[in-house]
Design a protein around this ligand. Structure first.
Ligand code: ADP
Ligand code: MG
Length: 344
């Protein structure tokens, strides 16, 4: 196991700089998730840690050793790719054994590690099948097995679940969480899916345009996003944003926050509560209701066209077009600078 330390790491392709001075500390045994929209630099950062991309500036250290010039195979890392990258003509056993054979590991040791990994991942019955005779989920487990047998200090996952269907994604996500519990290894996991980030991470790193927006535990990011970008990225459905001018006249008294024209007010759908009292924060017309069984998503539209969602266990009985009133506890309201998006 090992820590990973990233200092002022930059990456350019020709004259285009895509990563801008990244600083990050990953502790020994930590499960860290890089999350952000497509193109923000998640894979590039992961691949620089793996040694698959040259580092244009700054340093990457693994277990306190700078590895900028260390070959990928010598870094003590193993990477699992979205596309699995299995050898199609080799059976599962040979796919998992391949890296160890390259490294001239003794056959008994290879056999021990492959069987142990197969057992952990429940793929023992498929050891002599080729990848084309496996389902997507089974292939992904083989790809994970190939990383496990190398007994790396650091596991690197690049969107490993993206090619799986929804049910299998949930199941494999759980298996990865169990694997982390069991191995206690450092894991760095890239995804654009905030649910994967929230459920797997000890620490989430939110990236945007080659820069870190915020680093924190899932709960930190949910409860205290540093800016409007993180606020909208973490949580589902997304946080609602309101101009103060659209809020009820009573809103400033109830929320107790500075609500002038220079701010944007953020309220999560799950924090809006129906009210018929004098504590109204926002009123709007009911547009439609999505019934999801356990709860409903109530879609609303304000006079100025602002749309928002309220999440409710008790869906309204009103009809589309009727006006509903909502309130919110002051401690659950987020206020951001309208221009910079920074939390105030
Ligand atoms: P993510 O994994 O977050 O979707 P990437 O790390 O793949 O994003 O890409 C980050 C940025 O770097 C993007 O703007 C992408 O277009 C650019 N990029 C990635 N690889 C290359 C490359 N080989 N040549 C030029 N630009 C690249
Ligand atoms: Mg990527």
């Amino acid at each position: 196991m090992a820590s990973v330390t990233i200092r002022q790491v930059a990456k350019s392709y020709g004259d285009v700089q895509v990563m801008h001075g990244i600083d990050l500390d990953i502790e020994d045994g930590e499960f860290v998730v890089f999350v952000g929209p497509s193109g923000c630099g998640k894979s590039t950062l992961l691949r620089m840690i793996a040694g698959l991309e040259e580092i244009s500036g700054g340093t990457v250290s693994i277990a306190d050793e700078v590895v900028n010039d260390v070959a990928p195979a010598k870094r003590g890392v193993a990477m699992v790719f979205q596309t699995y990258a299995l050898y199609p003509h080799m059976d599962v056993y040979k796919n998992m054994a391949f890296g160890l054979r390259q490294a001239k590991t003794p056959e008994e040791e290879i056999d021990r590690r492959v069987r142990k990994a197969a057992d952990v991942l429940h793929i023992t019955d498929y050891l002599h099948r080729t990848p084309k005779a496996l389902s997507g989920g089974q292939r992904q487990r083989v790809a994970i097995g190939r990383a496990i047998v190398r007994e790396p200090e650091v596991f690197l996952f690049d969107e490993p679940l993206s090619n799986l269907d929804a049910a299998l994604r949930v199941q494999t996500r759980l298996e990865i969480a169990r694997l982390h519990e069991r191995l206690g290894a450092t894991m760095i996991y890239v995804t654009h899916d905030q649910v994967e980030a929230m459920t797997l991470a000890d620490k989430i790193v939110v990236l945007r345009d080659g820069r870190i927006e915020q680093v924190g535990s899932p709960i930190d990011l949910y409860e205290r996003p540093d800016n409007a970008f993180v606020a909208q990225f973490i949580g589902s459905p997304k946080m609602n944003f309101f101009a103060p001018s659209i809020l009820a006249e009573t809103a400033p008294t109830i929320l107790g926050s500075r609500l002038d024209g220079n701010v944007t007010v953020g309220i999560r759908p799950e924090h809006l509560r129906r009210t018929d009292g004098d504590d109204v924060v926002i009123s709007a017309k009911l547009e439609l209701i999505e019934h999801l069984g356990e709860y409903a998503l109530v879609h609303l539209i304000c006079e100025d066209g602002t749309e928002f969602i309220a999440k409710s266990e008790h869906p309204p009985t009103e009809k589309a077009g009727e006006t509903l009133h909502f309130t919110c506890k002051p401690e659950l309201v987020h206020v951001f600078d309208k221009e910079t998006g920074a939390r105030l």
